[in-house]
Design a binder for this molecule. Structure first.
Ligand SMILES: O=C(O)c1cc(=O)[nH]c(=O)n1[C@@H]1O[C@H](COP(=O)(O)O)[C@@H](O)[C@H]1O
Length: 233
């Protein structure tokens, strides 16, 4: 089932049962779901089958970062399981990203391939500690431009950089932005955050929302409130 909604709900759960419990409270015509490292490491591919069976499109967020041949194989494996989107770390470099894209093309796999730029939990002092002296915005732009040049479909970035990327990489280049926080929600461990409506206005094409929905006392009400803020309802 495909949806026009920009919302991707992060199913960051410790068990398949808990993740499916949440999925059953959501509607595949109103959002996509993201499966990340913890859930996939615990449940394996069963979670993908279960979510696809419920009609959801799935973003498999395993942020692959390894030598080109290994990443190409991992991206192929994800795509062959029918996921809508998969990601790699742009910091893995040109040959890694090109190998992943070429592998999808060779096998006529249509899964969206995107690259993580700078994690939304990081700010400039975190970058400096790992030897990156450019500003966050410069680093995100550098990695996004490289990802586009390698033929990727888009990037994961914070909405704070989305506007600049709309100019440098064009509106159709996907800008998938976590760090989304409705005005009343806690920032948690996120650093570069924005509200849903500000993020869309800034040029995000998709919003990744986790805890503000999944830890709300009424997750569907939290999702509907975001839809209202975005005037999607
Ligand atoms: O690739 C991601 O999805 C991702 C990249 C990034 O830079 N920051 C980030 O928070 N994420 C993911 O987005 C989700 C955000 O969840 P919440 O902070 O609970 O809304 C988590 O599943 C993160 O793993």
């Amino acid at each position: 089932m495909s949806t026009a909604s920009p919302l991707i709900i992060a199913l960051d759960y410790t068990s398949l049962d808990a993740a499916l419990c949440m999925a059953d409270r959501l509607d595949p015509t109103r959002c996509r779901l993201k499966v990340g490292k913890e859930l996939f490491t615990r449940s394996g591919p069963d979670v993908l089958e279960a979510l696809h069976g419920r009609g959801f499109e799935v973003f498999l967020d395993l942020k692959f970062h390894d030598i080109p041949n290994t990443v190409a194989g991992a991206v192929q494996a994800a795509a062959e399981q029918g996921v809508w989107m998969v990601n790699v770390h742009a910091a893995g470099g040109r040959r890694m990203m090109e190998a992943a894209r070429e592998r999808l093309e060779q096998h006529a796999l249509s899964t969206h391939l995107i690259a993580v730029t700078v994690l939304t939990s990081m700010e400039e002092q975190d970058l400096a500690e790992v030897g990156i002296t450019s500003s966050t915005e410069q680093q995100v732009t550098r990695l996004a431009t490289l990802a586009k040049d390698c033929g990727l479909d888009g990037v994961v970035c914070s909405s704070q950089e989305a506007e600049r990327l709309r100019e440098s990489c064009g509106p159709s280049f996907l800008k998938v932005t976590p760090g989304i926080r409705p005005a009343s929600a806690a920032a948690d461990d996120q650093r570069r955050i924005m509200t849903p409506s500000a993020a869309m206005a800034a040029g995000s094409t998709h919003l990744v929302v986790g805890r503000p929905v999944t830890q709300a006392s009424d997750p569907m009400a939290a999702l509907l409130a975001i839809e209202r803020e975005l005037a999607l309802d």
